[in-house]
Design a protein around this ligand. Structure first.
Ligand code: UP5
Ligand code: MG
Length: 219
């Protein structure tokens, strides 16, 4: 009798363990491209269709800037307006916290689109030392778009976005930073065969149709 009871308890325990979700190592897709290339727009569409969580480094920095007791708010504002790249310690902390919070709420949300990061050598080093052991970078989704299209889209958005960097002066600096600092990072990943390039100069749906082809192959 005791044996039967114990073995039924043990069977139940093992089936509960079997069903318990195992915390997965975060799987990351870096989403890169020029300012206004459509990273945010396409990430929102990916989230609707695939099981990813979208983390925009720019959005996280803007949220931190808006937090009244943030010690980094002013620094972030000055960097964003000048189109410069915020020191990685700040950005990586925000990304790490957002990833941890997402997975704390739901362990099955371990797929992340990290949008607008890494943008330079400093970002890449910061990611490598803080996250290399904690997350796998699957590939880089690169939205390729001419500078002129990028500028036109941001200026158009600037009519209503309220973003302090959607003006001609900031945009010229953002484009320069992109060309000088971010393109070399994309090139580095290209050499490793990790970049999936999408022509981002077309309409939103055409771009997304190519994005789907990439993701359907990778998942
Ligand atoms: N639009 C989008 N797709 C379109 C399409 N196919 N056809 C026509 N129009 C299209 O789109 C931009 C605009 O274009 C929108 O109006 C959209 O409707 C339209 P969006 O999807 O927002 O493009 P995105 O590539 O996300 O543009 P964004 O301006 O966000 O790119 P940035 O990379 O410049 O901005 P981000 O927010 O990532 O960073 C801002 C600043 O934060 C940086 O310059 C930097 O100072 C700082 N930063 C860091 O320091 N470190 C980081 O890690 C990240 C940011
Ligand atoms: Mg964006």
């Amino acid at each position: 009798m005791l044996f039967r009871l114990l073995s039924s308890v043990s069977r139940k325990a093992s089936s509960v363990l079997f069903r318990a979700p195992v915390a997965m190592k975060p799987q990351v897709v870096f989403v890169l491209g020029g300012p206004g290339a459509g990273k945010g727009t396409q990430c929102a569409k990916i989230v609707e269709t695939y099981g990813y969580t979208h983390l925009s480094a720019g959005d996280l920095l803007r949220a931190e800037r808006a937090r009244p007791d943030s010690k980094d708010g002013q620094l972030i504002e000055s960097y964003i307006k000048e189109g410069k790249i915020v020191p990685v310690e700040i950005t990586i902390n925000l990304l790490r916290k957002a990833m941890e919070e997402t997975m704390r709420q739901d362990q099955e949300k371990f797929r992340f689109l990290i949008d607008g990061f890494p943008r330079n050598e400093d970002n890449l080093q910061g990611w490598t030392s803080a996250m290399r052991e904690r997350a796998d970078v699957r590939f880089v989704l690169f939205f390729d778009c001419s500078n002129q299209v990028c500028i036109d889209r941001c200026l158009e958005r600037g009519k209503s976005s309220g973003r302090t960097d959607d003006n001609r002066e900031s945009l010229e600096k953002r484009i320069q930073t992109y060309l000088q600092s971010t393109r070399p990072i994309i090139d580095l990943y290209m050499k490793q065969g990790k970049v999936r390039t999408v022509d981002a100069s077309r309409g939103v749906e055409e771009v997304f149709s190519d994005v789907r082809k990439v993701l359907d192959q990778e998942v």
